[in-house]
Ligand binder design. Structure first.
Ligand code: GDD
Ligand code: MN
Length: 395
């Protein structure tokens, strides 16, 4: 089951600055203290401008019920009870989908994430960060009294992430953190589709994040309730990394082979106009009723005029966006020379294909010509796109 965030609306309600999501599963002993502590901290600076969204997955200990009861005393609190789904990451997304704030955040509900640094995190966002991550691995950060095995597993997971997804994971010192805030703008319209526990790597992997800030914190020991982590979360973590990695590859592949349909249609129309130009000039030069010049000479001139015609239309219309970035006649002439060479090569290819289809495949010469024209049009378009109008495009 996946949840997408593409339906997050483009704008917040303007009133709400921060929406902090609190995922809970069997956190009855902790939820009240947490809401109390956060409210005490945020009320003085943000009263009326923030919301807390508890997303509970129908906890057997009825955390949702207790949270709902708290809503009377805390108007900034809302509670979502999910009955069909389970999972930390998707719970966070569910909360964000309901959020109205310009800033979307998340904090664990078991008090292992100290609320005290929330203010520092907000300051970092004010300073221009798109994402602020509470980190155990920078100055001011740490874990209370973790044994060797736990540290090893945590760091091992991070290392694995660095290997599988270096660009995203390498951007923060604590990619395993589940305590962070992100600008809504960076998330809007992105398809988030995480599995497992680590929503932050999803954000790093799929959102438009330019500036990142980190705030150190000490991961507190759990006083009440129990962790929900089992071996399953480790497996899901690896699956999640692989999914993000293959998505990155797919995007790149798509980008490389994406056919610019609109351009291609224009290119085709321009080509068609070239046929008429060629015909007309050919007639004018060769027809006894007109100039009556020799056949080959007439055809060569007609073809060249058609090429000039096509170039001009393509430069002014099909690839206008690209050529307008590289003005000047010398540059235009450079593009023209490339275009001309590609077209000549295309002509050669055309003759070759017709020959092969007629002589080896016994096709009718007109059908062979049609096929050759289709292939050469694609060739002409593609090579010209990548060669003649490309230099400026990469700029
Ligand atoms: N709604 C919902 N659904 N909440 C869940 C679920 C679920 O399926 N599973 C866990 N939670 C909630 C818990 O109630 C808790 O508030 C929070 O998510 C974290 O769960 P824990 O089970 O306490 O996880 P942890 O402390 O081992 O794991 C934490 O590791 C990181 C540091 O390495 C992660 O949760 C990170 O947030 C944390 O920073
Ligand atoms: Mn915890």
């Amino acid at each position: 089951m996946s949840l997408r965030i593409s339906d997050i609306e483009g704008s917040s309600d303007r009133q709400t600055y921060l929406s902090l999501v609190v995922p809970t599963y069997n956190e009855r002993p902790n939820i009240q203290t947490l809401v109390e502590r956060i409210s005490k901290l945020l009320d003085p600076v943000l009263e009326g401008f923030y919301e807390l969204i508890v997303v509970d997955d129908d906890s057997p200990d009825r955390t949702w019920e207790l949270a709902q009861a708290l809503c009377n005393d805390y108007p900034q609190l809302t509670v979502i009870r999910r009955q069909q789904e389970r999972g930390l990451s998707t719970a966070v997304i569910r909360g964000w989908q309901a959020a109205a704030g310009q800033i979307l955040g998340v904090i664990d509900s078991d008090l292992q994430h100290p609320p005290e640094i929330l203010l520092q995190m907000l300051t970092a966002l004010k300073g221009g960060a798109d994402l602020v991550v509470a980190s155990r691995h920078i100055e001011g950060g740490g874990v209370s009294d973790w044994g060797f095995i736990r540290r090893f597993l945590s760091r091992g997971a991070q290392l694995l992430g660095l290997i599988i997804l270096p660009n995203a994971i390498g951007r923060v010192s604590d990619p395993m953190s589940g305590y962070f805030m992100v600008r809504r703008d960076a998330v809007i319209g992105r398809d988030l589709d995480p599995i497992g526990y680590k929503i932050l790597i999803e954000v790093l992997g799929r959102c438009q994040i330019d500036r990142i800030a980190e705030i150190g914190y000490v991961f507190q020991e759990r006083q009440e309730g129990a962790s929900k982590v089992t071996w399953k979360q480790y497996v899901e973590y690896i699956q999640h990394l692989i999914r993000l990695r293959s998505r990155g590859r797919l995007e790149k592949l798509k980008q490389r082979f994406e056919v610019p349909i609109k351009r291609f249609v224009r290119f085709g129309l321009v080509g068609l106009s070239g046929v008429f130009v060629d015909m007309a000039i050919f007639y004018l030069l060769h027809d006894p009723a007109a100039l009556g010049l020799p056949l080959t000479r007439s055809k060569v001139v007609a073809a060249e005029v058609a090429i000039v015609n096509n170039f001009l239309w393509n430069d002014l219309w099909t690839f206008r966006d690209i050529s307008s970035q590289q003005r000047g006649w010398s540059k235009r002439i450079k593009r023209f020379i490339k275009f001309n060479l590609v077209c000549l090569l295309g002509l050669f290819l055309n003759v070759l294909i017709v020959n092969v289809l007629v002589n080896y495949f016994n096709l009718h010469y007109l059908i062979a010509n049609l096929i050759a024209i289709a292939i050469v049009t694609v060739w002409n378009f593609w090579i010209n796109l990548k060669l003649s109008w490309r230099v400026t495009q990469t700029k």
